[in-house]
Design a protein around this ligand. Structure first.
Ligand code: SF4
Ligand code: FES
Length: 248
């Protein structure tokens, strides 16, 4: 068994003037997750402690919190991999609903602004498949699937500085669709990418890449978007001087 000291963020906006930390000593099994330790504290002494979870197997993204200063999925992070003294806080850059539960609206609003759905181009057949081994298939984005946990948004200091900045996950999604030849909204997406809330806000600090539980690198996606945008601008400049490129 492990003896764990939890310092847990408590805050009820309706009644508390400011957040505070509450300390709980709990005993959990060797293979307990951080979420298990929170349940132990809730069962023993804090039945009103609020936190979010759903699948408990690292698939839904709802249990992301900041543990010892770093965003983690609490259901799939073992206590023993972090330590027996845990400071648990809610995600950053989003409002706290209560204790460790946050309102992810700003994160999903940014996602909506990035046009996260495929806009089918004209003449597209149902289930048009792009073979992975084709040149087009190879040039598409093949990173793991995002689970919308919000960790990257929480870890991004540019989101903290510029709340209108789309942030890592929305831009990562934009890249996936920009590279998809079945999508008809490339121009709209690239205008958003090149805009004041887009990719050029990113300072390539890599915090989003470091915390993503799926191993996605939004940093790499944003860098690729910047290169595509610069290429587009250069081609636009050339066509202003020499006229539009002739189709082969
Ligand atoms: S990119 Fe990674 S960290 Fe960001 S929301 Fe998706 S899974 Fe979470
Ligand atoms: S509860 Fe679903 S990812 Fe942790």
């Amino acid at each position: 068994m492990l003896k764990v000291t939890l310092k847990v963020h408590r805050f009820t906006p309706e009644s508390d003037k400011a957040p505070h930390f509450e300390t709980h000593e709990v005993e959990v099994g060797e293979r307990a997750s951080i979420l298990d330790a929170l349940f132990a504290a809730q069962r023993a002494a804090a039945p009103d402690l609020a936190f979010r979870f759903s699948c408990r197997v690292g698939m839904c993204g709802s249990c992301a919190m900041v543990v010892n200063g770093r965003e983690r999925l609490t259901c799939s992070t073992l206590v023993k991999t972090v330590g027996t003294e845990l400071r648990i806080e809610p995600l950053r850059n989003v409002p706290v609903v209560r204790d460790l539960a946050t309102d992810l609206k700003p994160f999903f609003d940014a996602y909506q602004r990035s046009l996260p759905h495929l806009v089918p181009r004209e003449g597209l057949k149902d289930f048009e498949v792009i073979p992975e081994e084709s040149a087009t298939g190879k040039s598409m984005d093949h990173q793991p699937q995002c689970i919308d946990c919000g960790s990257c948004y929480s870890a991004c200091s540019l989101v903290t500085l510029h709340p209108r900045y789309l942030g890592p996950m929305a831009l990562h999604r934009a890249l996936t669709l920009v590279l998809d030849p079945r999508d008809a909204a490339r121009e709209q997406r690239m205008a958003m990418v090149a805009g004041e809330a887009g990719a050029f806000r990113c300072h390539t600090l890599g915090n989003c890449r470091d915390v993503c539980p799926r191993g996605i690198s939004p940093t790499a996606s944003i860098e690729r978007l910047k290169r595509i945008s610069v290429g587009d601008q250069f081609r636009g400049f050339l066509s202003m001087i020499f006229g539009p490129a002739k189709k082969q």
